[in-house]
Design a protein around this ligand. Structure first.
Ligand code: ASP
Length: 459
């Protein structure tokens, strides 16, 4: 790496990295280890051992008078949530030996604010986890001799627009945020929320601290955007399924997009977009194992292998239609997809031919909608035959090295055939850097094992 003394690294620490005092201590160690780590974005405390829920969920539960957990079929009242949030902050402050009474008094006042209604109220409450965690983390850094200050969105000009619960950072904020690069000390910024031009608090979508980090990295043209979490990086396949699966050292934005849209739960998708524009690498790191180099996500890499990772999407279903010459009917597919759109069902893939078509969806998305969907399809498109096939899994091998190289596809089919695992559907993505294979859900774990061994494990 080329050393640049003015370089800034933006680090974002997720909920598990700041869930209690011991974790926050690890964060301090990481920040202290590299003077370039000058912009630190933090989440609200996540779930530590013994916690039933994350602070953000408790806060939303308070704002909705207990409905949030009720909708999740959990019985935790607003009052219990209020106690849990106060308990959490009290214990972190105590364990870090911070005299936190003024902070707790402000938190208590915020948690009894009743002048806001509806979404603005939920947004305000939801933001408090990040708001107070950033303050106490900056205090903790200072107590240990670091030159640190908190940079609240309202102070640094992090302006958002859009819905109170799905706000986006406006590009007009970037110039203001760029000034953070010139600060001498460390700035700790609460993730997930910003303020509108009217001064109202609005939050981004869930997991939105990743977005704050991505925007700040873009604004200051960071050397790297480090995303600190609780795994060693992005694995070739889910290590719960294949324990010998390794961390992928380097991946391109394009590969990670394909893997995460097909079941890899990495981090907020949109956080990557701005980094990609400025060619800022994203480094996924583990707060609990800071010596591990993690996974680097880059604009470009030299493809040394065919397949780098295999994603698995569980519990998929497909709607299968037969109608003579539907492939010749202009607008048939568009009409069919419109019905899915009307029913609010996201579609993943739709292989089609002269007389039939299948549309792949997430099985859960059909709950409550399948009857209406069938009715609309029958009424408007009059198919000769329609079937819904449930309990499928989609396996997606991904790798830049597959472009113009069909060996991995041949190997995958051969290996599944030898293992007697039936293939229900398959297709190559137009980019040629991934392909999808549907297998029965009951065979999914065996299939990923077979594919891992044939396509990656031997590499
Ligand atoms: N605390 C927020 C959430 O739980 C945002 C974040 O952690 O990124 O969704």
């Amino acid at each position: 790496m080329i050393d640049n003394p003015d370089a800034v690294i933006v680090c974002k620490f997720g909920g598990s990295s700041v869930a209690n005092a011991a974790q926050i201590e690890k964060v301090r160690g990481i920040i202290q280890a590299d003077p370039r780590r000058r912009i630190v974005v933090v989440s609200a405390p996540g779930k530590a051992k013994g916690d039933r829920e994350k602070v953000t969920d408790h806060l939303i539960n308070i704002a909705t008078d207990g409905r949030h957990f009720h909708e999740m079929r959990k019985s935790i009242s607003a009052e219990e949530s209020r106690e849990a949030v106060l308990r959490k902050f009290t214990s972190i402050l105590h364990d870090l030996k911070l005299g936190g009474e003024p902070l707790l008094a402000r938190l208590r006042a915020d948690l009894s604010r009743d002048d806001l209604k509806g979404e603005p109220r939920i947004a305000f409450y939801a933001s408090r986890g990040e708001h107070y965690n950033a303050q106490l983390i900056a205090d903790h850094f200072r107590n240990h001799g670091l030159a640190a200050r908190v940079g609240l969105p309202e102070e640094i000009g992090l302006e958002v627009r859009g819905e109170p619960l799905d706000a986006k950072i406006g590009p007009e904020s970037h110039d203001r945020l760029a000034a953070l690069a010139d600060e001498e000390g460390i700035v700790v910024v609460p993730g997930f929320y910003g303020v509108s031009d009217e001064g109202e608090v609005a939050v981004m979508s869930r997991g939105g601290s990743d977005l704050t980090g991505g925007e700040l990295a873009y604004a200051v043209d960071a050397e790297v955007y480090e995303n600190w979490t609780d795994t060693n990086g992005i694995y070739e396949v889910d290590p719960r399924l294949i324990p010998e699966s390794r961390v992928i050292p380097r991946l391109t934005f394009k590969e990670i997009r394909l893997l995460s849209s097909k079941g890899f739960n990495v981090f907020h998708f949109d956080a990557m977009l701005n980094c990609k524009k400025r060619k800022i690498p994203i480094n996924i790191r583990n707060t609990n194992a800071p010596r591990e180099p993690g996974t680097l996500i880059l604009n470009e890499r030299v493809p040394e292998e065919g397949v780098v990772g295999i994603a698995k999407l569980d519990n998929m279903a497909y709607i299968y239609l037969e109608k003579d010459s539907l492939g010749d009917e202009i607008g048939f597919t568009a009409g069919l997809l419109t019905i899915f759109q009307e029913c609010g069902i996201n579609t993943y893939h739709y292989p089609t031919d002269k007389d039939d078509i299948a549309v792949l969806v997430h099985q859960d998305d059909l709950k409550g909608s399948i009857n209406e969907l069938r009715r609309r399809i029958e009424r408007r498109l009059n198919p000769d035959y329609m079937d819904v096939v449930y309990n499928q899994a989609i396996l997606t091998p991904v790798g830049l090295g597959m472009k113009g190289n069909s060996h991995p596809i041949v190997d995958a089919i051969t290996a599944l055939g030898e293992a007697r695992i039936p293939i229900k559907m398959m297709g190559q993505s137009p980019s040629q850097i991934c392909f999808h294979i549907a297998v029965p859900q009951t065979a999914a774990d065996a299939a990923i094992d077979v594919l891992y061994r044939r396509l990656i494990g031997m590499a």
